[in-house]
Design a protein. Structure first.
Length: 430
């Protein structure tokens, strides 16, 4: 199979980094298709630690083409500093190895300011954003007042685009008690960063089409998780992009038929950063144990993640909306040593049993999870590389997860080390 999409199937932080790295080694092209530098992937290769936020995971590997697609929102100053950090670590990044879609909207400093000012406002319920300006940048994209990568090439166009954005932002800022935008300073900053971005600008849709025709393997690297999807997530406590697999097509300009396998990344329990509903959240010793054993702190913001039992209802839902062909189940070893484990198999709402999370917020709040209990295992599963290495109860747990989410396990990851995995189905196999 030539092209694989990787998506997070929960609220992000499912351990995509390791899986994407493993797949990117065998891909020719690695493309980001949504989100921005709100994402955080840590890669460990030959003992070197690389922290990526905006760049596709392929950049750290020689001979790969990394692509930032139009579905991403890009902070140009952040990107330049991320590139410089990686260069200082010995990574080579050139226009031959990195391409940015010309129609990618930019995140400007005013987007971050607006994001943070809104989150600080006491009158509205906080979303718990990363504060990186993601939401306001997407608002400007659909509001048709974004500054896009291609606009950096011509000063008259750039000024016109900035003026269109500022007509909106200055009005908003007055309402929030912020100073009007310093137009001259913003333009100067954009002019200064422009050449550092434009050298990578390319018609990505065309390049990807050519690569596809030539039989090259393309890996579409999703960020965040499907429960943070702007349409199918726990709205409004979501990110501002489509996260589900269909976005790989619209976020890069390749047809939907070009996707051969969708791999959903699923953690053996559930975590969430930021605000919003979380039916299986644990506020007890079990929850704290999951957080400690799983090192559940955000890569981007350092925030402590909320932890809870595995929610099969939500994962069944995300596997359906993304058309997941197989899952990579991660962090099973975090469950080692629990005497008993619980899996959410449905919800109860006013005496009725539900097999999906309702869309209405008030109904979500009133839903209580229905649990199935399973015996745990005392042995360690860390580092297991074959089914024979796993205790019987761990295998039972995995099989029950597959059944409940209606999707097979393609890969079982048993530690952060790349080799510690059990491969069932290779997404790139012919
Ligand atoms: P935003 O994407 O910064 O607007 O944040 C919106 C919501 O998405 C918040 O709950 C964030 O915590 C969450 N979020 C954004 N990016 C990530 C991620 O990479 N992992 C997990 N949660 C994320």
């Amino acid at each position: 199979m030539a092209n694989v999409v990787v998506v997070g199937a929960q609220w992000g932080d499912e351990g995509k980094g390791k899986i994407v790295d493993w797949l990117s080694e065998r891909a020719d092209v690695i493309a980001r298709f949504q989100g921005g530098h709100n994402a955080g992937h840590t890669l460990v290769i030959d003992g070197q630690v690389y922290k990526l936020h905006a760049l596709p995971s392929g950049v750290v590997r020689a001979g790969k083409l990394s692509v930032i697609g139009n579905g991403v929102v890009l902070d140009p100053w952040h990107l330049v500093s991320e590139i410089e950090t990686l260069r200082a670590q010995g990574v080579t990044i050139t226009p031959d190895t990195l391409m940015i879609a010309e129609n990618t909207p930019l995140i400007l400093p005013i987007h971050g300011e607006l994001d943070r000012a809104r989150e600080a406002a006491v009158s509205v319920a906080k979303i718990g954003t990363t504060g990186r300006g993601i939401g306001p940048a997407y608002e400007d994209k659909v509001g048709r007042r974004a500054v896009r990568v291609a606009d950096l090439a011509d000063d008259a166009t750039l000024q016109a685009r900035v003026d269109r954005a500022l007509a909106h932002h200055d009005a908003l800022r007055r309402g929030l008690g912020l100073e009007p935008v310093d137009r001259a300073a913003l333009l100067d900053a954009l002019r200064a960063v422009a050449p550092k971005i434009l050298e990578y600008a390319a018609p990505v849709w065309k390049v990807l089409g050519e690569k596809r025709k030539a039989g090259r393997r393309i890996l579409f690297e999703g960020a965040q998780g499907a429960l943070l999807d702007i349409d199918f997530g726990t709205y409004p406590f979501v990110t501002s992009s489509n996260v589900i697999a269909g976005q790989a097509a619209t976020g890069t300009g390749i047809g939907p038929g070009s996707v051969d396998f969708v791999l959903g990344i699923v953690k053996a329990y559930t975590t969430r950063v930021g605000e919003g509903p979380f039916p299986t959240e644990l506020d007890d010793a079990d929850g704290r144990r999951l957080g400690e054993r799983g090192h559940e702190f955000g890569t981007t913001t350092g925030r402590q993640r909320r932890c809870g039992w595995f929610d099969a209802v939500l994962v069944r839902q995300t596997c359906a909306t993304s058309g997941v062909n197989g899952i990579a189940l991660t962090k099973l070893d975090v469950l080692d040593g629990f005497e008993r484990l619980r899996i959410c198999t449905g919800y109860e709402l006013e005496g009725k049993r539900l097999d999906h999370l309702p869309t209405a917020a008030d109904e979500q709040a009133r839903c209580t999870p229905v649990y199935e209990e399973m015996p745990g295992w005392a042995e360690s599963t860390e580092g297991a590389r074959s089914w024979a290495d796993l205790p019987a109860n761990a295998i039972k747990y995995v099989r029950r997860v597959e059944e409940l989410i209606d999707c097979p396990v393609a890969l079982l990851s048993t530690s952060p080390e790349r080799e510690d995995a059990i491969l069932v189905t290779d997404p790139f196999a012919d």
